[in-house]
Design a protein around this ligand. Structure first.
Ligand code: SF4
Ligand code: SF4
Length: 288
């Protein structure tokens, strides 16, 4: 089963939930944690994995053969991402905007475009205390997270339980990380900002037709807006983590919640049990 852990914005406790869920399962399930937050991966800070392998991630970007080019402008027209511009007798490429889709070289009438490899990041893998670990790191200054996220997911086996730490927000990298999941846990906090970002995240997972549930972090502050919204939208709140100075202290020191306060291990195992039931129920409904 693949469970993604997402949030509409950063700083809500997504990493705390993803790492603690993975570590709580280390003795009973084959479990692998994928850190797909490739712009700022930090699950390794909590897991301290032994890294056993790595591979560079590259995409193919266009290289213009000026000797063949007639400056017709077709390549700039077909590039959805504005990664090519033709100005008079000059073709300019912007590799950092290029998604490597190949449309420009395919459609160039003069076959003036070849492709060259451009490194945009790296995938590293290893393990930590019975938990498989894979993360991606986008090269500093690069903007194209999805190819690195795709590679991280490719390296994961789908046996056992796969937990994906998704980038914050609701943009392309989020969609790339979540798609293919059996369930999405949405981590939020009980404040108007938390509710606003939760609504956006729910829209995204519903577009992808992935069932979701909420983990309410820092409960005890704010208001009841999130609970009210979840009740109206029939979204289950599957785990509540209180605002607690001890939890915050552990997090700031890079200590996973279930290791600093082992009594939380059972809460996370119950969370997985509930998610499994919800996925099974949905699969039964789909079969009918
Ligand atoms: S489509 Fe080909 S020929 Fe036309 S401007 Fe682009 S590279 Fe040059
Ligand atoms: S490969 Fe795709 S994204 Fe890149 S420049 Fe060509 S058309 Fe644009």
């Amino acid at each position: 089963m693949i469970i993604s852990v997402a949030s509409g914005k950063g700083g809500t406790g997504k990493t705390l939930v993803a790492t603690s869920l993975a570590l709580s399962l280390k003795h009973s399930h084959g479990v692998v944690l994928l850190d797909c937050d490739v712009e700022e991966p930090n699950d390794h800070v909590f897991l301290q994995p032994e890294i056993t392998g790595s591979k560079a991630v590259s995409i193919l970007v266009p290289k213009i053969g000026e000797d063949k080019c007639t400056y017709c402008g077709r390549c700039a027209e077909v590039c959805t991402y504005h990664a090519i511009a033709v100005l008079g007798n000059n073709v300019m490429t912007f590799p950092q905007l290029c998604h490597g889709c190949g449309a420009c070289s395919y459609l160039c009438p003069e076959k003036a475009i070849s492709e060259e490899s451009r490194e945009t990041g790296v995938v590293e893998w290893g393990h930590s205390d019975g938990v498989g670990f894979i993360h991606g790191k986008l090269t500093v200054g690069e903007a194209m997270a999805p190819p690195v996220i795709r590679k991280v997911k490719e390296y994961a086996s789908n046996d056992g339980t796969v937990i994906i730490d998704v980038p914050p927000g609701t943009s392309c990298p989020v969609v790339e990380a979540i798609k293919g999941s059996d369930f999405c846990l949405l981590v939020t906090e009980p404040t108007p900002f938390g509710l606003n970002d939760l609504c956006l995240a729910v829209e995204t997972v519903r577009e992808l037709n992935i069932p979701c549930g909420v983990v309410l972090n820092r409960a005890g502050v704010g208001d009841a807006g999130v609970q009210e919204y979840c009740r109206k939208q029939k979204i289950p709140i599957l785990l509540t983590i209180p605002l607690d100075t001890e939890i915050a202290r552990l997090y700031s020191r890079g200590i996973p919640l279930v290791e600093g306060l082992p009594e939380w291990g059972e809460s996370f195992r119950q969370l997985l049990k509930r998610v499994t039931e919800l996925v099974d129920e949905r699969n039964r409904d789909t079969e009918w």
